[in-house]
Design a protein around this ligand. Structure first.
Ligand SMILES: C[S@@+](CC[C@H](N)C(=O)[O-])C[C@H]1O[C@@H](n2cnc3c(N)ncnc32)[C@H](O)[C@@H]1O
Length: 213
């Protein structure tokens, strides 16, 4: 894998610019077409049901994007924290949703708050393979219990890419170079007309074992 650690300092700048310019060009959500209420209509029911079925009481949504669809999820009884690299977006969310926690951080390098359930949705496909490794190690180091992340089972190899908002390549952590075993749980996360993908859910122990912990 290429070492692109020198790039990581520019990530905040690039994603902030993407936010300011609405680079994903969706009229409803600045986080893109996958973050609309229509796109997430099924997930908004299945996800909180899964979180509760796993006995989780705290959720870290990193990245949370603009919170557009998560604001319509039943978060009652759950301690919810949203995190994103874009500071002005997080400041707006802190102002508008004081009942939740919102923090500005870079999941490739800043310590991740510990939570029972960590949702890393629709971001790894924007990140280089070394940055994906950093995020996964960060999750392991946080001591959090469950990881749920966007997954495309049909992909046979994960090409390396440069991290950034205009990068996109589907993620399959079960293929080279990651080679994880099958997830413990899977939630469908697409609607007709979009690339089929799921939320794949693994316990911390599985991710930790992959990194020799
Ligand atoms: C396509 S949006 C998805 C947001 C959200 N997960 C959702 O489902 O709506 C991708 C988000 O990832 C954020 N992001 C990109 N790199 C990040 C990083 N290294 N740390 C934290 N957030 C990051 C971007 O600012 C953007 O808000």
């Amino acid at each position: 894998m290429a070492d692109d650690s020198a790039q990581s300092g520019h990530l905040a700048q690039r994603f902030t610019q993407a936010f300011e310019q609405n680079v994903w060009q969706d009229g409803e959500s600045v986080s893109g077409a996958g973050s609309t209420l229509n796109y997430t209509s099924e997930l908004r029911t299945t996800l909180p049901a899964m979180i509760r079925a796993l006995g989780c009481q705290s959720v870290l949504d990193a990245p949370c994007g603009d919170f557009n669809w998560m604001k319509a999820v039943d978060l009652s009884g759950l301690a919810y924290t949203g995190a994103d690299i874009v500071a002005p977006m997080i400041e707006g969310l802190q102002r508008d949703w004081p009942q939740h926690g919102f923090v500005c951080l870079d999941i490739t390098k800043d310590p991740m708050p510990k939570a029972d359930f960590v949702l890393i949705r629709d971001v790894l496909f924007h990140l280089s393979n070394p940055d994906v490794v950093r995020v996964l190690e960060n999750f392991v180091n946080s001591g959090s219990a469950w990881l749920a992340t966007s997954h495309s089972f049909h992909v046979t190899e994960m090409a390396d890419v440069e991290s950034g908002p205009t990068t996109f390549r589907p993620v399959n952590l079960m293929t080279s170079p990651f080679l994880f075993g099958p997830p413990d749980h899977v939630l469908k996360d697409y609607v007709p007309g979009f690339l089929p993908r799921w939320l794949a859910i693994w316990p911390r122990e599985t991710i930790a074992a992959r990194f020799g912990r």
